[in-house]
Design a protein around this ligand. Structure first.
Ligand code: FES
Ligand code: FES
Length: 209
C-alpha cells in the first residue's frame, strides 16, 4: 500500500478563493498530484480532474451507488468522500479493474448476463460487486446471513441470491436490470471461488494496471 501523503492545506488564496489543498490521488496504480478546493468530492476529483468518467454521478447524496469505487480495497460512495481524505490512499475505479485486455470476472459476468440496460449504474454495480466478493471472502456477514454461517471459511461460493440482493442493495438500477445483475454477481462469485477475491490469482482488491 502506498504510504498516505497528508494533503497540504493552504489558507484562502490571495483572491479570497476557497481553501484549497494539494492532494495526491493514487488511482488505478497511478499517482497524480492535483490542487483542489477542500470541498471537492472524490467523485468530482476523479471525473473533473483526472477525467476518469467511468464512475457516475446519480444523486450526489450517497443514495444510488452509481459513484461506487474501491478505496483501500473497500467500496465507498465516492460522492461522500472528500478528495483530501483520500490523499495517498489507493483508489480503484471501474477503469482499473481489467488486466489489459482481460476483463475482471465481474465485468465479464455482467457482459455475459447482459446485466444492464442504459448502463449508467453499471460501473458502480461492478465496483460494488467486486467489493461484495471481497467482503464475502473475508467472512463478513450481511443482514441476511443466518446465525452461525458467517462465511468465515473465506469462500464466496456460498453466496446466494438473497445475499447478493442484500449486499448490493445500495446500488440502485433505475432500469430495473436486477434480474440479470443478481445472476451476474453469482456467476462472478462462482468464477472467483478459490481465487483471490478480486478475481486474480491471489492479490488484494486494487488497481491492476
Ligand atoms: S452519486 Fe454517489 S451515491 Fe449517488
Ligand atoms: S442499467 Fe440503467 S440504471 Fe441500471
Amino acid at each position: 500500500m502506498t504510504a498516505a501523503m497528508p494533503p497540504s492545506p493552504s489558507p484562502r488564496s490571495g483572491s479570497g478563493g476557497p481553501p484549497a489543498s494539494t492532494v495526491e490521488l493514487v488511482v488505478n496504480g497511478r499517482s497524480r498530484t492535483v490542487r483542489l478546493d477542500n470541498r471537492t468530492s472524490l467523485l468530482d476529483a476523479l471525473r473533473e480532474e483526472l477525467r476518469l468518467t467511468g464512475s457516475k454521478k446519480g444523486c450526489d447524496h450517497g443514495q444510488c451507488g452509481a459513484c461506487t469505487v474501491l478505496l483501500d480495497g473497500r467500496r465507498v460512495n465516492s460522492c461522500l468522500v472528500l478528495a483530501v481524505a483520500a490523499s495517498g490512499r489507493p483508489v480503484t475505479t471501474v477503469e482499473g479493474l481489467a488486466a489489459g485486455d482481460r476483463l475482471h470476472p465481474v465485468q465479464q459476468a455482467f457482459l455475459d448476463r447482459d446485466a444492464y440496460q442504459c448502463g449508467y449504474c453499471t460501473p458502480g454495480q461492478i465496483c460494488s460487486a467486486v467489493g461484495v466478493l471481497a467482503e464475502a471472502a473475508a467472512g463478513w456477514p450481511s443482514a441476511v446471513t443466518p446465525p452461525g454461517r458467517d462465511g468465515a471459511d473465506g469462500s464466496v461460493a456460498g453466496l446466494d441470491a438473497a445475499e447478493v440482493r442484500e449486499r448490493m442493495s445500495g446500488n440502485i438500477c433505475r432500469c430495473g436490470a436486477y434480474a440479470n445483475i443478481v445472476p451476474a454477481v453469482l456467476d462472478a462469485a462462482a468464477a472467483t471461488a478459490g481465487a483471490g477475491a478480486d478475481g486474480s490469482d491471489g492479490g488484494a482488491v486494487g488497481a491492476r494496471s
